[in-house]
Design a protein around this ligand. Structure first.
Ligand SMILES: [Zn+2]
Length: 321
């Protein structure tokens, strides 16, 4: 009998399911397939055999045809098993390896967090150049199965797809680090919000402008610049190399403790989100038109839009020659 064995440590169930599907299809196509399943230590093994066509009952010309048939059956079986193995590696084994890698890296994530981090890692992996396509992988496994009759999926990954294996681990690491940075940021924002809520407002309204150099400026209703030891001291405390101007803005605003904040610059969403999450319910965007605060970017934009429309409409038609 022509037999091939596939095994997996982390995705035995999925391998079994995929092989059973392939075996059904082979049987429908007239290949006489038998399957056996067993666990050998931590490895779940699936043995798949193609039975000889006539089991040697015929002789002469018939047996020649049977031998040919046995060869094509063996090829069909290996193609199908390679396909099942490739599917299992690219889906279940990859995911299980990403989770193992996350578990090894230690920090205690909740089950939900782990699922999130894992999904993020898999999205990164989908873009990774080291990840083979299903067709490439199925072909490599098929070639292997022409030479050998036993294949352990994790071993194949480890020794024949080393770059892919490393890439799984790197994507898990990258995803974990960005998750931890996000979590730290959320916790920091929460802390700031609690602080802001506990503070008594020292200014009623603070208008936020942005200078040409990208630095933010706080002015009060009459247009005078709000500054002072407190703003500068807090900013100086928090300044490290590479501090984001948006973080400086948040800390400056915290030290001023305004009841209302009016944003007069065109903000990116991240800065606005941070402001809104720290100063919940206190942030508003200037509407632009009619704004009397000098240096308002929103007023500039709304004026230039109005001017552009007026100019377009007011332009005399060119005579057609
Ligand atoms: Zn404005």
């Amino acid at each position: 009998m022509d037999c091939v064995r596939l095994g997996s440590r982390v995705a035995g169930e999925a391998l079994r399911r995929r092989v059973i599907e392939k075996a059904e299809a082979l049987r429908t196509g007239g290949v006489n397939i038998s399957l056996r399943f067993r666990s050998t230590g931590p490895i779940y093994m699936v043995t798949c055999c193609a039975r000889p066509s006539r089991a040697g009952h015929n002789a002469g010309r018939e047996s020649g045809r049977d031998a040919e048939r046995d060869v094509t059956d063996g090829i069909a079986m290996r193609r199908s098993l390679a396909d099942a193995a490739a599917g299992t590696i690219l889906n279940e084994v990859e995911q299980a390896m990403a989770i193992e890698s996350l578990n090894q890296r230690g920090p205690s994530l909740t089950a939900d967090e782990k699922a999130d981090v894992c999904q993020r890692a898999l999205r990164l992996l989908a873009e990774a150049a080291e990840k083979p396509t299903h067709e490439e992988l199925a072909q490599r496994i098929y070639d292997y199965l022409l030479e050998a009759d036993t294949l352990i999926l994790e071993g194949f990954l480890q020794f024949r797809l080393r770059d892919y294996m490393i890439s799984i681990s790197l994507c898990a690491r990258e995803s974990l680090l960005s998750h931890l940075a996000d979590r730290e940021h959320r916790e920091f924002v929460k802390l700031l919000r609690m602080f802001v809520e506990s503070q008594e407002s020292r200014e009623d309204v603070v208008h936020v402008l942005r200078g040409i150099d990208g630095a933010y400026e706080l002015v009060s209703d009459d247009g005078s610049r709000i500054q002072g030891q407190l703003v500068d001291a807090v900013v100086a405390d928090l300044v490290d190399e590479g501090v984001d101007p948006a973080d400086l803005l948040v800390s400056a605003l915290i030290s001023v403790a305004p009841a209302r904040i009016v944003v007069h610059f065109i903000s990116d969403q991240d800065t606005l989100d941070t402001l809104e999450s720290v100063f919940q319910g206190r942030v508003e965007k200037c509407h632009g038109a009619g704004c009397s605060i000098a240096g308002c970017e929103r007023a500039l934009v709304s004026t230039s839009v109005v001017t552009a429309i007026t100019t377009q409409e007011g332009e005399p038609l060119e005579p057609i020659h």
